[in-house]
Write a protein that binds this ligand. Structure first.
Ligand SMILES: Nc1nc2c(c(=O)[nH]1)N[C@H]1C(S)=C(S)[C@@H](COP(=O)(O)O)O[C@H]1N2
Ligand SMILES: [Mo]
Length: 257
């Protein structure tokens, strides 16, 4: 081999390698799964930007002086199960929040774990569909930060909250309280998993140890007694298929206010 041909040979093989890498890259983008990841990342960026720029999308926050002297307990006032009673008895030290489903890293967090994480406090008005409202101060962990830590899979679309209580005794268990929200609401800055209300640990009546605050929606979306959050691409297979206990009984899934 002469010097020149050897050089040509080397250039040729280098080109060959990068051409291969390029075509590999092409093939990667054509792969529907990878294409989906890129497209959904783009969608997430778009959503995050809309949330950050659209300040009017925040629910109104109030002053300490606006806090209602009384806040009704509505729906379940204490879950009627031996398992819950035991958890409450032990001050929820043995309770664990599970986050699973379409995530890369399922999480199991104790109340102490949650309390160590960066928290958000907000004073907001709760509006029940039955026609009463009350203002309270809520402290908890932004749901979005937990979902980010769990690593959502590209197919993730909804967060489903499974609660400890049965609001209606049914043979098939469909009286179990549950709720769901989409990722836009899940990552909204005011969407928190609250463990404190008006500077006190959340009482059993108001959903101890953990309840959802999703401030741009009505009262029945504010799931109390959360045990598990499942990330899903559809809630069609759950109970009545409408994404929530009240939704299965005819209420709107998106209960915007
Ligand atoms: N697990 C669970 N979450 C629930 C309910 C319930 O019965 N069980 N009731 C809903 C309704 S209709 C309202 S208005 C609020 C009431 O919350 P409060 O008891 O703190 O007022 O919780 C919502 N979340
Ligand atoms: Mo409600």
């Amino acid at each position: 081999m002469t010097g020149l041909t050897r050089r040509r040979f080397l250039i040729g093989s280098t080109l060959g390698v990068s051409a291969l890498a390029l075509s590999g890259c092409d093939r990667l983008e054509q792969n529907p799964e990878v294409g989906g990841v890129i497209r959904s990342a783009e969608k997430l960026t778009m959503r995050a930007q809309r949330l950050l720029l659209g300040r009017d999308a925040l629910a109104r926050e109030f002053a300490e002086t606006d806090i209602s002297p009384a806040f009704r307990v509505n729906g379940t006032s204490a879950p009627d199960s031996e398992a819950y009673a035991q958890l409450a008895e032990g001050n929820f030290a043995h309770w664990r929040l599970k986050i699973d489903g379409l995530v890369d890293r399922p999480l199991e967090l104790s109340l102490a774990d949650l309390k160590k994480l960066p928290a958000r406090t907000q004073i907001t008005r709760h509006d029940c569909v039955e026609g009463w409202s009350a203002i309270a101060k809520w402290t908890g962990v932004p749901l979005g930060s937990l979902l980010a830590a769990s690593g959502l899979k590209p197919t993730a679309r909804f967060a489903v909250f499974h609660c400890a209580d049965e609001l209606e005794k049914t043979l098939d268990g469909s009286g179990q309280y549950y709720e769901s929200i989409d990722l836009i609401d899940a990552f909204h800055p005011q969407t928190i998993l609250a463990y404190r209300m008006n500077d006190q640990d959340l009482s059993v009546g108001h959903g101890a140890p953990l309840r959802l605050r999703v401030e741009r929606q009505l009262g029945y979306k504010q799931a109390k007694y959360i045990m598990r959050i499942a990330i899903v691409d559809s809630f069609a297979a759950l109970w009545g298929g409408n994404g929530g206990f009240w939704e299965d009984r005819g209420y709107e899934w998106y209960a915007g206010i």
